[in-house]
Design a protein around this ligand. Structure first.
Ligand code: ZN
Length: 434
């Protein structure tokens, strides 16, 4: 697909998917997944309501038909149908009630950042109701005596849905590509992430691959927990990944590193950004954020990075009605998509070895490596030839690229490549992505 055509397609899906009322469950998510399926062949999967997943339970499905607040004169001042952010996600139903201002005001949420914004709020695990509105709407309802509130929502036993696609490469080892589908009408967080992921995967599908790629479109947090719970055994093959979030704003590029700074996924991210001459802000791993929180937990300890364009928390439109299609443009999603594509290219190219002899040193003389190796190489003076082999064996834990070893040891990459190849030939090292 040519650049112009691709940008047009991204724009088409931005407009098509923007107004869908997504949440952690519900018909809006299934509709979104069905649209993604038109771009790439994901499988739509479901987990039943109330199923236990690790320390959590899958919530009931939530659906809304209508929700509004009318003033004394019977005018609709807040209308869910005009903007789905008006109703806090997972609000419980209220059948047309006439209420006092003093009561209603406790259930109205205003944006602290800007009077004109409608904030985005959720009540997933609270059994309460709330409307989000701008200051103008708040003023119009203030001190009204007979306010009509109606929320036509329902909770029912159904399922939590997610999309999955495994793209098989030469190696069984996998790279995870994860994004979330639980936000209603906001463009950067995270409709941009959904669309970028779909088109990134479309490109990956055309390639002959070394790695396998596991792609998931999940509701944030509970979806990641449910997916991890149901697929624990699959995680053994996943070496690292990306969590795609907030990729279409007009502002700066951010890189959020994975928890292990030296992991090759971080170094490949720097390399990709450098190759495209992209200026970026680098952030260390943090326990706040998106689904890296789950994937990095002690049980999984997966290294995942996030490259964003206007990162969550760091733009004033974040989690509000101003994160809309004026803020996010297809062209910006395209720019971030290029970075992710470059990253995939680098992931495919990278050389990473794992030492198969994990307990103590191998008996190098047995492999005739002791006297032979490096007979024709001249390593940095800092090390003897034997030192270099031992260092590589010490470091090769399957998370560090040869490029990292070269920088760390201050030895030419060609020498590291030569030694790793020789150790591979002797079946001491194993290349993790074939
Ligand atoms: Zn968010």
């Amino acid at each position: 697909m040519k650049k112009k055509e691709l940008i047009k397609k991204i724009d088409f899906y931005l407009n098509k998917l923007f107004n869908i009322n997504r949440s952690i469950t519900g018909p809006g998510n299934r509709q979104t997944l069905k649209e993604i399926k038109k771009i790439i062949p994901i499988k739509i999967k479901s987990v039943k309501s109330l199923q236990k997943v690790f320390d959590w339970k899958i919530p009931l499905e939530w659906d809304v038909r209508d929700a509004y607040i009318k003033n004394d004169k019977g005018e609709k001042i807040i209308d869910f149908k005009k903007n789905n952010l008006h109703l806090a996600s997972y609000s419980k139903p209220i059948r047309k009630k006439i209420l006092k201002w003093s009561y209603v005001k406790k259930h109205l949420i205003l944006s602290k950042k800007n009077k004109n914004f409608i904030p985005y709020r959720t009540l997933y695990y609270k059994k309460d109701w709330a409307f989000c509105c701008n200051f103008e709407q708040y003023k119009k309802l203030k001190n009204n005596k007979k306010i009509e509130v109606s929320i036509d929502s329902k909770f029912y036993k159904g399922s939590l849905n997610y999309g999955e696609l495994l793209i098989k490469g030469k190696s069984k080892k996998e790279i995870l590509i994860s994004t979330y589908i639980c936000h209603p009408s906001m463009a950067n967080d995270n409709l941009s992430g959904i669309i970028l992921t779909a088109f990134l995967v479309k490109k990956i599908l055309q390639k002959k691959l070394k790695w396998s790629y596991r792609v998931i479109f999940i509701p944030e947090t509970i979806g990641a927990i449910a997916y991890s719970h149901l697929n624990q055994n699959k995680f053994k093959l996943i070496k690292c990944g990306v969590v795609v979030s907030c990729v279409g704003g007009p502002g700066k590029i951010y890189l959020k590193k994975s928890w292990n700074k030296n992991h090759f996924i971080n170094l490949l991210a720097y390399k990709s950004l450098k190759k495209l001459s992209t200026k970026y802000i680098s952030n260390e791993f943090d326990i706040n954020g998106s689904d890296e929180r789950q994937f990095s937990s002690i049980g999984f300890r997966l290294n995942t990075i996030t490259i964003s364009k206007n990162q969550y928390y760091k733009y004033k439109e974040y989690h509000s009605s101003a994160d809309d299609l004026n803020f996010v443009k297809a062209n910006n999603i395209y720019k971030t998509l290029r970075i992710y594509e470059e990253l995939i290219y680098q992931i495919e190219k990278v050389k990473i070895y794992e030492n198969k002899i994990k307990y103590c040193e191998p008996m190098l003389s047995k492999y005739k490596l002791y006297p032979e190796i490096g007979g024709n190489i001249i390593p940095n003076k800092k090390y003897t030839k034997l030192d270099l082999i031992l260092w590589i064996l010490h470091l090769a834990d399957g998370t560090k690229s040869n490029e990292y070893l070269s920088n760390y040891l201050n030895v030419k990459l060609s020498i590291v490549n030569l030694i790793t190849k020789k150790l591979e030939k002797n079946k001491i090292l194993e290349k993790i992505n074939i």
